[in-house]
Design a protein around this ligand. Structure first.
Ligand code: PLP
Length: 383
């Protein structure tokens, strides 16, 4: 029987349209886009075309706001370090106050922790039990000397969509800049960077069927930023290193497709998500759906996370795998550890329950039949 892949939040397969777009350019656009000869100029033109398409797909104001990176992790690290360094150089201070939500991806949490090790002060804002960062809680954490706030658009583990525009306004009212991790949001819910008011945002190509190892750092015009990666001054001095032209083309193509197909795909996935959540909850009284989509606030259409009482996430995951269903025990990068996830812990989920976490994340190729088979495999895995 075919395997069922329900780990799209970890990565999505490369889309055929993206592979075709990259293949079509492979032989013509291999030159260094920073070289001045004809081959180099052709590669540069293609890179800039990809940048313009990416900017449009994200609702950015212009191409100068788009920096190509090696992925979401680099974009997050560069945003936190690059903005704090630039602001502090301007203020000639040594210690900044930074606020991040406690449910950020490790790329943000670890970047913030490196800032703390370097002598800056970091405040973590916990979500409420429903998985949302409450604007009032952010307001309490903000100070006159807060330099930067980072709260993700949507959580990769439980799917909650944060009220980013409102949180960015609060940060701005205090004179702080606002970064958001939009890696899971793109293609699942609308992203319009210009109207969102954020100063910086991170995206990753492989989560939407683009190539692995390419990402985008959005820096609104005027956002102070000190290059995090230094060298030859590519990407307008914001990110040195010879650019991956084919990767940028693949990213532009994947982002455009994700945005064009968003409405239809989100509606389709919402129906699958609600059905899956119901089927998983019905499997046993030991099952609790975490941050259910019918709770307060918005929710990604493709993620259902459950916790099972008296169960071990890893064992459930392996039983599901043996039954032909690929799911994750929380976020992919922390799935090898037996500690409960920092997201569930911050939401106040009891450790014993959090240890039985399973995340089902759907994507373009997920069908109703997949959902039914996954629910059956889940019931069997609980026995
Ligand atoms: N941010 C979020 C919310 C993610 O889910 C991920 C990947 O899981 C990342 C950042 C890291 O992205 P990348 O794999 O492109 O480094």
């Amino acid at each position: 029987m075919n395997r069922i892949y329900l780990d799209y939040a970890a990565t999505a397969p490369l889309r055929a349209e993206v592979a075709d777009a990259m293949d079509a350019c492979r032989d013509a656009l291999w030159a260094n886009p920073n070289s001045l000869h004809s081959e180099g100029r052709a590669a540069f033109a293609a890179l800039e075309d990809a940048r313009a398409r990416t900017a449009r797909a994200l609702g950015a104001h212009g191409v100068s706001e788009i920096v190509f990176t090696s992925g979401g992790t680099e974009s997050d690290n560069a945003a936190l370090h690059g903005i704090v360094d630039a602001v502090m150089a301007h203020r000639r201070g040594s210690s900044a106050h930074v606020v991040v939500s406690a449910i950020e991806h490790h790329a943000v949490i670890e970047a913030a922790s490196a800032l703390a090790s370097a002598g800056h002060e970091v405040t973590l804002v916990n979500p409420r039990q429903d998985g949302f960062i409450h604007p009032g809680d952010l307001a309490c954490a903000l100070r006159d000397d807060t330099v930067l706030v980072s709260v993700m658009m949507a959580n990769n583990e439980v799917g909650t969509i944060q009220p980013v525009a409102e949180l960015a306004r609060l940060a701005h009212d205090c004179g702080a800049l606002f970064h958001t991790d939009g890696v899971q949001m793109l293609g699942k819910a609308p992203v319009d960077l210009e109207s969102s008011g954020v100063d910086a945002a991170s995206f990753s190509a492989h989560k939407v069927g683009g190539p692995r190892g390419v990402g985008v750092l959005y820096l609104r015009r005027g956002t102070p930023f000190a290059a995090y990666q230094r060298g030859g001054g590519q990407e307008s001095g914001k990110r040195s290193g010879t650019q991956d032209v084919l990767g940028a083309i693949g990213t532009a193509c994947a982002f455009e497709l994700a945005v064009t197909e968003l409405d239809a795909e989100a509606a389709r996935l919402c129906a699958l998500r609600d059905r899956l959540a119901q089927r998983l909850a019905d499997a046993s009284e030991r099952v609790r759906v975490v941050a259910p989509a019918d709770g307060a606030g918005g929710h990604l259409p493709n993620i259902v996370t459950v916790c099972v009482e008296n169960a071990e996430s890893e064992l459930l995951l392996m039983r599901m795998d043996a039954a032909g269903v690929a799911v994750s025990g929380g976020s992919a990068c922390s799935s090898k550890s037996l500690a409960p996830s920092h997201v569930l812990t911050a939401m106040g989920v009891h450790r014993d329950l959090a240890l039985g976490e399973l995340r089902f994340s759907m994507g373009r190729e997920t069908t109703e039949e997949d959902i039914e088979r996954a629910a059956e495999a889940f019931s069997a895995a609980l026995e």
